[in-house]
Design a protein around this ligand. Structure first.
Ligand code: NI
Length: 186
């Protein structure tokens, strides 16, 4: 089932999300729905707060962008209760976008590598390192589970330039090719 995506301005997007256990009700169905919602919106990743749930869960499929981004290995994975072990490597600038903030893209600088611990959809533990675009998508989705949006990491001038557009998203005065759930309509 395709879920509505919560848009910028929804308080759930600014909350630090909570870990879950394997008893979490309807987890399998939620994950299936998140994949379906993500692909329908042509996204590379989707975090649970973006479908209104303040829990530490996100899904990512970089296999879709493997060729256009020229990366060797894409992956498709479910990350639950992810914890950053460390981030290092040269600062890397990449233009990010977010399904909760349609039509806005902007350069964000982050370390090029990330090492994280997480459990997968079967609650099997993993600790892995990622680099380049793969790391970037994880860093972006991980931030969602800490209540952080990429627009907060843009340069001050860029923030100024997009301020009005962001306000229109908060007010629901925009549309997208997928269903959005706005904090308020005007
Ligand atoms: Ni996002």
């Amino acid at each position: 089932m395709i879920l509505p995506i919560f848009a910028l301005g929804q308080p759930v997007l600014n909350k630090v999300a909570a870990p879950i256990t394997n008893e979490y009700e309807g987890l399998k169905e939620l994950i299936d729905n998140m994949w379906e919602t993500m692909y329908h919106a042509k996204g590379v990743g989707l975090a649970a707060p973006q479908v209104g749930l303040p829990i530490r869960l996100f899904v990512i499929d970089t296999i879709q962008i493997k060729d256009e981004e020229n990366i060797n290995d894409g992956f498709k994975k479910v990350f639950i209760n992810a914890q950053r072990v460390n981030e290092d490597g040269d600062p890397f600038v990449y233009e990010e976008g977010c399904l909760s903030i349609p039509d806005i893209r902007g350069d964000v600088e982050r370390p090029s590598n990330i090492r994280i611990k997480y459990v997968d959809e079967h609650f099997v533990e993993h600790e892995e390192s990622f680099t380049g675009i793969n790391a970037r998508v994880i860093q972006h989705e991980y931030d969602h589970t800490d209540g952080i949006l990429f627009v907060e990491k843009l340069k001050p001038l860029k923030k100024k330039l997009i301020a009005r557009k962001l306000e229109n998203i908060r007010l629901g005065k925009i549309s997208a090719s997928y269903k959005l759930k706005f904090a308020k309509y005007k």
